[in-house]
Design a protein around this ligand. Structure first.
Ligand SMILES: *Cc1c(COP(=O)(O)O)cnc(C)c1O
Ligand SMILES: [Zn+2]
Length: 410
């Protein structure tokens, strides 16, 4: 039985092709590379029913993933996260069919583990021994952990301001961690130099072709969880945009396989923060690529990316699906963390909260229509960001009693 139907790598800009048997980075034209599969063979050999007896993790889609020998699989059980009906939040937003795919339940507490699982497995398969990457925190944490299992050494550079827990995850996993007094772009430059100086594999976002394949599985799962009937709208907090590009790629592949109808694509929404919204600006100006954002700053750290290498792919995915790009401000993001927790008991990350706030806004604008089925990606666990909630709890002495304020009882 063929484990993977991977065929080759191709450049979406200049159409050059590359082998998946060797280490690959960017195309020689500078564009990210994408993975192609033998779709005709897959069509005759792979069915939806094959999935029924498989474990509930992302490797259930191994035919559509690039790892060829299952011995190289590096896994912590990632994937098949819950798809929750957000009844109370949905009611408040007048979106009764509001769903949340909760990526907070993944090992390392963010969906970055999907990209790491597949990216590190494939790196191992092609013989990578040492890699390096810049990160806003979660990716570095995830890649460090998966690299530990794969016996690959990792050099991670993250901004000093990145969520503190993520640096601890890196250290726990034995990564070589550096904190930079700057943004992820500055971390990227430092990594670029280290890659040259020490001949490391560059695992920066989209500079290796396989992270996107891991993130693609979010799209496959969304389709499977809705029994191959895709929702109307998918909102995704967008930084580097790998998740959005991946979900789009997944849906296209499922259409090619005939597992979902050709005629209906969910409208993909790239959600950003007003403090860093290069994709939204490019979208509003009708451009096909984005300008770097000056002085980027937001509480939603995972989407604080001033310049995305895959900007043209993000904008393309939005355009092709009749989607849109929208920015929300940090105050709304923090309010939304609290309202989703209060309404439905889900403590979401600020990036996920941004997507909820965007859904609310798009419903007000009637861009989301009455009764539409809407999926928000909560890309990480709220508990990774303890500072999003202010606690002002009374401190009691041992023998003190609770005195309830009249306003706290309902
Ligand atoms: C990285 C990250 C994002 C953005 O993901 P991209 O696929 O790079 O756009 C969103 N949310 C969280 C929690 C992240 O860590
Ligand atoms: Zn190219």
């Amino acid at each position: 039985m063929t484990y993977s139907y991977v065929s080759h790598l191709y450049c979406p800009k200049c159409e050059e092709t590359y082998s998946t048997k060797e280490k690959q980075q960017l195309c020689k034209c500078g564009s990210p590379l994408l993975v192609a599969y033998k779709m005709d063979e897959l069509k005759s050999n792979f069915t939806k029913e094959d999935l029924l007896k498989r474990t509930p993790d992302l490797w259930r889609y191994h035919e559509l993933l690039p790892v060829e020998d299952q011995e190289n699989k590096v896994t912590l059980g990632e994937g098949m996260t819950p798809m929750l009906h957000m009844k109370n939040s949905g009611k408040e937003m007048d979106i009764p069919n509001l769903y949340m795919k909760d990526e907070g339940l993944i090992p390392s507490g963010s969906f970055k583990s999907r990209g790491a699982a597949v990216g590190v497995s494939k790196a191992k398969e092609v013989g990578v021994k040492e890699l390096a990457m810049p990160t806003n925190g979660n990716a570095g944490a995830a890649w460090s952990l998966y690299c530990a299992q794969a016996e690959i050494t990792s050099t991670i550079v993250m901004p000093l301001d990145a969520p503190e827990i993520t640096r601890k995850e890196c250290v726990a996993a034995g990564a070589d961690l550096y904190l930079v007094n700057g943004l992820i772009g500055d971390a990227g430059k430092i990594v670029g130099q280290a890659v040259k100086d020490y001949n490391l594999f560059d695992a920066s976002t989209l500079k290796e072709p396989y992270r996107i394949e891991g993130k693609k599985t979010m799209g496959l799962e969304i389709a499977e969880q809705f029994n191959w009937e895709v929702p109307d709208v998918i909102l995704y907090p967008t930084g580097g945009g790998v998740g959005l590009i991946g979900i789009y790629k997944a849906l296209r592949e499922l259409q090619e396989l005939g597992w979902i109808p050709e005629g209906k694509m969910p409208r993909l929404v790239a959600v950003q923060s007003e403090g860093c919204a290069p994709i939204v600006k490019a979208w509003e100006e009708g451009k096909t690529s984005a300008e770097p954002w000056e002085n980027a700053e937001t509480v939603a750290f995972g989407i604080n990316v001033a310049k995305a290498l895959g900007d043209f792919l993000i904008l393309d995915a939005i355009r092709e699906t009749d989607g849109c790009a929208i920015a929300v401000n940090d105050m709304k993001i923090l309010d939304e963390v609290a309202s989703v927790a209060k309404a439905d008991g889900a403590f979401v990350c600020p990036e996920g909260a941004a997507a909820f706030a965007a859904a609310k806004e798009l419903r007000v604008q009637n861009w989301i229509k009455d009764g539409e089925k809407v999926v928000v990606l909560n890309t990480g666990a709220g508990i990774k960001y303890p500072n999003t909630v202010e606690v002002d709890a009374p401190i009691l002495q041992k023998d003190e009693k609770i005195v309830k304020q009249a306003t706290t009882s309902k």
